[in-house]
Design a protein around this ligand. Structure first.
Ligand SMILES: [Zn+2]
Length: 375
């Protein structure tokens, strides 16, 4: 597992710096170390090692982890999972899950940025600014340079003390996202992050929820010099804040519809949402759409701060539990604490719906919002 963390971290770092191709020696230290460790493990197992970093990248993109020479417990790796998307060489969500599992790589998590935003807003007693900041990250993963300059001062931004943070978390859009044939960056019409061109001439969205739809939907296009340049929210915040936030907002709407009081990101983001059921019970809820139930289980812990609650719940999309029937049992096996409980989004909606007693005849009809129209 330590080796997998090392390789995953190297792949994430490569994608952030040079992209995972072309790769010339000397390789970045972290990548060289991951290559050395993989080669050593292979030699000890008398297996053919990767001979270069490009070959290790090929393994990460084309070779499912359960087909690598070394063995890890088969419940920590979803069958057929890879670290890099084969068409774009971009890290998969699972790759980031492994990378943040390595303690020394906290910069790959959302925590440093989100805790700084929370601290500043708490010091100024300005919860509205924190809420605006959170909504900005969810709704606008792409900003132009002009947006970065004008948003902090605008009335609808209301970012208070957080304006200058934008320059740290929105970085110039990587050239790998540019459609070179047409000379434009293209946003996903569903989630609004940038689509990535694939080696087959198509476009790819990093969010699995978008890829599950029939086809990629092209949204707004940006020329590289539009309004002073195109900036993309950094990947840890896209993965751990924006994507989760879209799901939390959708879930909140469903829960309110069934009679719950919902407060999103209470206590300056101490947890995802505070849900008060019709019977008075209060839940601390967080949306966790992770690929690996083992890695998610290892992080299971109730929130350490924020407004009080009776029960703590982590919500996983019902579709993921259907896709991986063993998700719940693996999560239970790896968790260090009994709280939080794990529920599907549908189970949470039913908990709200039934909190005042069993449903009347006819209740229980599907109330899922369509996945289209996330905002
Ligand atoms: Zn998308």
């Amino acid at each position: 597992m330590r080796l997998l963390r090392s390789v995953a971290t190297a792949m994430v770092r490569l994608s952030e710096s040079t992209g995972t191709r072309p790769l010339n020696q000397p390789y970045p230290d972290q990548a060289q170390q991951a290559l050395n460790e993989t080669a050593l493990a292979c030699l000890m197992l008398m297996a053919q090692p990767p001979e270069s970093l490009p070959e290790l990248v090929e393994w990460a993109a084309d070779r499912p982890l359960d087909d690598w020479p070394f063995t890890v417990p088969d419940d920590v790796i979803p069958r057929g999972a890879v670290l890099l998307d084969s068409g774009t060489r971009q890290p998969t969500p699972l790759c980031y899950e492994w990378a943040v599992d390595a303690e020394e790589t906290t910069t790959l998590s959302e925590r440093p940025h989100m805790s700084m935003a929370a601290t500043r807003c708490r010091e100024e007693d300005y919860p509205e600014a924190y809420q605006s900041f959170r909504r900005l990250l969810i709704r606008r993963p792409v900003l132009t340079n002009r947006d970065l300059v004008t948003l902090p001062g605008s009335d609808d931004g209301e970012l208070g003390p957080l304006g200058d943070l934008l320059h740290d978390i929105y970085q110039p859009a990587p050239a790998a996202y540019l459609d070179r044939r047409r000379g434009v960056y293209t946003a996903c019409a569903r989630c609004r992050t940038l689509l990535h061109p694939t080696t087959e001439g198509g476009m790819w969205c990093e969010r699995q929820s978008c890829r599950k739809q029939d086809s990629v939907r092209h949204g707004r296009e940006y020329r590289p010099d539009d309004d002073g340049g195109v900036h993309l929210l950094i990947r840890p915040l896209r993965q751990w804040v924006s994507a989760a936030g879209v799901q939390e907002e959708r879930l909140a709407r469903r829960l309110v519809k069934h009679g719950a009081d919902v407060e999103l990101w209470p206590g300056y983001g101490a947890y995802g949402m505070r849900v008060r059921l019709p019977d008075g019970t209060t839940l601390a809820v967080e949306h966790k759409d992770w690929t690996s139930p083992a890695l998610l289980g290892r992080r299971a812990a109730p929130p350490s701060a924020g407004p009080p609650y009776d029960r703590c719940v982590w919500v996983v999309p019902a579709a993921r539990l259907r896709e991986y029937p063993w998700f719940r049992s693996v999560f239970e096996r790896y968790r260090p604490t009994a709280s939080p409980e794990l529920m599907s989004d549908r189970e949470l909606v039913d908990t709200v719906r039934w909190s005042d007693g069993p449903p009347s005849t006819g209740a229980g009809a599907a109330d899922d919002e369509p996945v289209e129209g996330l905002f």
